[in-house]
Design a protein around this ligand. Structure first.
Ligand SMILES: O=C(O)C(=O)C[C@H](O)[C@H](O)COP(=O)(O)O
Length: 222
């Protein structure tokens, strides 16, 4: 799928599930629950043992080109990508986008070579400018919980062309503040999955995802 279309779908959906677990089977189940709850942009983190198997499996089940309201629609990507070798393997396994906790120049270049949207982690204006120079379209503001949502406006003062996706500490309660503050999307991790992992009841991810879907709709005024 063309890079511009993948990016458009990520931005249209606006909520990215950052999934961390103990096995590919577990994160596939987490992803299925998140998707059933309406969170259809799925980031499988590379800290999951054999994470690429989960990307392969999910890429066979879901279609990023399906209509956005269809059950088959979801966009599967890779997270916690620290260097270009992992990025390449994730792309070969079917990852439609790559997310990194930091800004690694070679990872961005590799993703650009294959025309895969890449979202490097940024903390400072210098990181942000470097990311833009290297051609990253969306920057992950990480750790988002180091900041208040007003940081987006502060960053966009001198760099209005920046697209920022806060990740880390995002919750159902503060999602609206981030979106109102100018974030183009948000990444959600532990808050989506912690209850399910604690209780073993994976359907709690679907319920939580539905809350995020609703909070995002409200924030956008849909
Ligand atoms: O590995 C990455 O690239 C990350 O995205 C780091 C964190 O797992 C997310 O930032 C989720 O943070 P929480 O929502 O606070 O759990």
């Amino acid at each position: 799928m063309k890079k511009i279309k993948v990016l458009q779908r990520i931005l249209d959906c606006g909520v990215v599930a950052v999934l961390r677990g103990d096995s590919p089977e577990q994160v596939v189940e987490m992803a299925e629950q998140a998707i059933a709850g309406g969170v259809k942009i799925i980031e499988i983190t590379m800290t999951v043992p054999n994470a690429l198997q989960a990307i392969e499996r999910l890429s066979r089940i879901y279609n990023p080109e399906a209509p956005m309201d269809s059950e088959r629609f979801a966009v599967i990507g890779a997270g916690t990508v620290l260097e270009p070798h992992t990025a390449r393997m994730a792309i070969m396994s079917g990852a439609q986008f790559v997310v990194s906790p930091a800004l690694n120049e070679d990872t961005i270049k590799l993703c650009n070579l294959y025309r895969i949207p890449v979202m490097p982690g940024v903390v400072t204006i210098s990181d942000l400018l470097k990311g833009l120079e290297l051609g990253a379209d969306v920057m992950k503001l990480f750790p988002g919980n180091m900041f208040e949502p007003s940081i987006i406006k502060t960053f966009k003062g001198p760099v209005p062309q920046a697209n920022l996706m806060p990740t880390g500490g995002v919750s159902v309660d503060n999602l609206g503040d981030w979106i109102a503050g100018g974030a183009v999307a948000v990444g959600i991790g532990s808050d989506l999955t912690s209850e399910a992992l604690k209780t073993g009841d994976m359907s709690k991810i679907r319920d939580k995802a539905a809350q995020y879907t609703e909070a995002y709709r409200r924030a956008k005024g849909y």
